[in-house]
Ligand binder design. Structure first.
Ligand SMILES: *Cc1c(COP(=O)(O)O)cnc(C)c1O
Length: 377
């Protein structure tokens, strides 16, 4: 049996007619950049995410960068973020000209640990504290961070908060939607995200009128009036084709999310029935609405051997992320060492993402768990 990590083809079949229709309309109009399709999507996403505004951008990575730019974060500033996340989170801080300050994660949720944030801030000199301007919590794998603690820290130290919600569209924390709880919410439409475009794309949500204006200005080279530039921005535009396709898919998103959540429940039952709960640590689900962009298990031992065994059995898996960011070559100038963030380092070498996409069948899931049982027995 073949069980790919992700298969987008069955989903495409269900929306194909709508997509082809809108594609043809856009091709006939030859209007590709921004425009009414992007504005429509911005209104829809703002509503879906319970935010006042949304600004369509070129990618999730650029959503993070433009948010930092809109908050005037740059040279001489520093920004706290977890070391265990996709590269773009910290990459954007460095690209804005600021310094990433890494913190550890919680061992159960894999999200930013507020204890670690306090520890790192407590160890700062007064000068370092003055440079600290923002914090980027990441709602990893589709589950929101403990935002009450993050917002409390932000208030105490006067920090801008940018939620990296690239994996968490529609996730909730105590009834509040991911991306709506802070200054900026950054989303990605990369095809493997729960709401993916047919190419690159992203969006920023904000409740602030001032940040909304700034984001829209920076998106088009800092110019509202053509060829007159108030700020140095960039080309951070979302195109009409991607916006129109994402708008179509948004109508199906809640159904797909429910299917992912059901698949997560089925895995839980299957793993418990297989008596594997000793070796396999299942994802912890808090009071949040977890949207399962990834279903990540933590294994006591032999993660890499298991991965190879599953690959030979036709099962796709992935390691998110094998090297925490404080140990990446490009950040060696920050002088971190192995051992600085033990939870992140342990997690990076013991976790494995299993297929959880909406169209996965029960038979496929049963096969995955059966093969894992076979490997450990
Ligand atoms: C995917 C992702 C991004 C970047 O999004 P792109 O659209 O690929 O640029 C940023 N942060 C996290 C946590 C992601 O998963």
């Amino acid at each position: 049996m073949k069980v790919p990590l992700l298969d987008l083809k069955p989903q495409y079949q269900t929306i194909k007619e709508e997509v082809l229709k809108v594609t043809e309309e856009i091709f006939e109009s030859q209007n590709f950049i921004l425009g009414s399709r992007v504005e429509t999507l911005e209104k829809e996403i703002a509503e879906y995410c319970s935010s006042k505004h949304a600004v369509g951008v070129s990618s999730g990575t650029d959503a993070l960068l433009i948010s930092l730019m809109a908050a005037d974060i740059g040279t001489g500033d520093s920004v706290i973020t977890p070391t265990y996340t996709f590269f773009a989170t910290a990459g954007s801080i460095a690209r804005a000209g600021a310094k990433p300050v890494f913190v550890d994660i919680d061992s159960k949720t894999y999200n930013i640990s507020s204890e670690s944030v306090y520890r790192v801030i407590d160890n700062m000199t007064r000068e370092e504290r003055n440079k600290l301007k923002a914090i980027i919590p990441v709602h990893l794998y589709g589950q929101c961070c403990d935002m009450d603690s993050i917002l409390e820290i932000a208030e105490k130290y006067n920090l801008i908060v940018v939620e990296d919600a690239a994996q968490a569209i529609g996730a909730e924390y105590k009834g509040r939607r991911a991306g709506s709880m802070s200054d900026f919410g950054c989303f990605s439409f990369f095809p493997s995200k729960n709401l993916g475009a047919f190419g690159d794309g992203g969006i920023v949500t904000t409740n602030s009128d001032e940040f909304f204006d700034k984001l829209r200005l920076l998106r088009v080279h800092g110019s509202h009036l053509k060829y007159y530039h108030k700020k140095v921005g960039g080309n951070f535009r979302l195109d009409a084709l991607q916006a129109a396709i994402v708008s179509i898919k948004l109508n199906y998103l809640d159904g797909w999310t429910e299917a992912r959540r059901n698949n997560a429940d089925k895995y839980r039952e299957l793993f418990i029935d297989a008596g594997l709960d000793d070796i396999v640590n299942l994802p912890a689900e808090k009071e949040n609405r977890h949207i399962y962009n990834q279903f990540v298990i933590k294994l006591k031992e032999k993660r890499d051997d298991l991965r190879m065994f599953l690959n030979d059995a036709g099962i796709g898996t992935e390691v998110y992320y094998p090297v925490p960011l404080h140990l990446q070559d490009c950040f060696s100038y920050l002088n971190y060492r192995r051992g600085d963030f033990p939870v992140s380092e342990y997690t990076a070498s013991h976790t494995l993402a299993l297929p959880v996409y909406p169209e996965l069948s029960y038979e496929q899931q049963a096969y995955v768990v059966e093969k894992i049982k076979e490997f450990y027995s």
